[in-house]
Write a protein of this length. Structure first.
Ligand SMILES: NC(=O)c1ccc[n+]([C@@H]2O[C@H](COP(=O)([O-])OP(=O)(O)OC[C@H]3O[C@@H](n4cnc5c(N)ncnc54)[C@H](O)[C@@H]3O)[C@@H](O)[C@H]2O)c1
Length: 319
């Protein structure tokens, strides 16, 4: 099995290190910053400047797109046209129209397409879903999810802080919790939101999703302050609670020991459950090997997350 990794910046490097630890997988890399890419791969994989050239020469089974979000749709469509299955970083794309274009291409070319919604594979969230699904603590009452960071100033050409290129904090960061919420509970009956621009492209978004008998509150922030990244939740049920905080998951106050896979390196982000990156990649490779649709992150479900973010931004009270 061969993967063509497109983009080896921050997240591409995390994926590259996952592939290096996997048996039976060859890697080729494409990045317009060829020197930087060669330094990172240190001879482990061939490096190309053009991803199309890389696909034509290397003929990978699938590509893994880790480029800025506004490039996802064009690259995914082209890669499928050239015969590859596509794993693509979140958000699926910069808009729901672009995401729909990816789904249309998947149908047209008969390829597998999966968005790398890593939170669906991270141990603390896999555990939370299992508690919800089993009903062991009764019905949910209220779930609070936070994803807070200083504004990302490290991206290539600072694309992340350009809302037209990243979708801003709502589509780039808060989408993790929005996606998890709709993955577990489906479409909310209604939602409310607020949004605040702070300064110098820093901002925060707060959303509340209303379901029958419970609500989910998600907060995503890129603060103009150097606070350490944190992604946490508190889920309160009729008969108890589950909390993920400071890298620990507790149920009714007692620490839960989670099965974690092979840990990837400390990414500085998503501190808890960093192993999810390898798990999501392995899952997609298994789908290719078995010729099975990636039902755990169906493309239509990733599209729903982009649509929900659009609804949040459309309805948000501007503070
Ligand atoms: N799942 C997560 O936890 C997570 C975390 C961070 C970022 N992401 C997502 O990963 C994607 C990449 O983000 P990042 O932080 O790695 O950004 P980045 O700026 O660090 O890296 C982007 C890379 O793409 C390369 N690139 C630009 N144009 C290219 C082209 N035409 N062909 C090939 N390479 C090209 C750049 O040189 C750079 O190396 C984004 O969609 C982002 O939302 C996901």
């Amino acid at each position: 099995m061969k993967v063509g990794l497109i983009g080896i910046g921050g997240m591409g490097n995390v994926h590259f290190n996952c592939y290096k630890k996997m048996a039976g997988i060859e890697v080729a890399v494409a990045d317009i910053r060829v020197d930087m890419a060669k330094e990172k791969v240190a001879g482990y994989a061939p490096v190309y400047e053009s991803y199309e050239e890389m696909i034509k020469v290397e003929k990978p089974d699938f590509v893994d797109i880790c480029t800025p979000s506004y490039m996802h749709a064009d690259m995914a469509v082209k890669a499928m046209e050239l015969g590859c299955h596509v794993l693509c970083e979140k958000p699926m794309s910069i808009s729901s129209d672009e995401a729909q274009r990816m789904i249309d291409a998947k149908e047209k070319y008969g390829k597998l397409l999966m968005t790398a919604h890593v939170v669906r594979f991270m141990a603390p969230y896999v555990y939370l879903k299992s508690v919800i699904d089993s009903g062991e603590l009764g019905k949910p009452v209220h779930i609070i999810m936070h994803r807070l960071s200083e504004a990302p100033k490290w991206s290539w050409e600072n694309w992340m802080l350009d809302t037209d290129k990243s979708g801003g904090v709502a589509l780039d960061l808060s989408v993790h919790d929005v996606d998890f919420t709709q993955y577990v509970f489906g479409q909310p009956k209604s939602l409310e939101a607020s949004y605040q621009d702070i300064k110098d492209n820093t901002n925060y978004v707060c959303s509340t999703f209303f379901y029958d008998g419970f609500s989910v509150n998600t907060v995503g922030a890129w603060y103009n302050a150097s606070i350490p990244f944190r992604a946490e939740y508190l889920a309160v049920f009729e008969n108890g609670y589950v909390e993920s905080k400071g890298g620990k998951v507790t149920k009714n106050g007692a620490e839960v020991s989670l099965e974690v896979g092979e840990a990837s390196e400390n990414t500085g982000i998503n501190l808890s459950g960093a192993d999810g990156y390898s798990d999501e990649i392995r899952y997609f490779i298994d789908c290719i090997k078995c010729g099975r649709e990636p039902a755990r992150v169906a493309p239509e479900s990733s599209l729903t997350s982009v649509k929900l973010v659009e609804e949040i931004l459309g309805k948000a009270v501007r503070i």
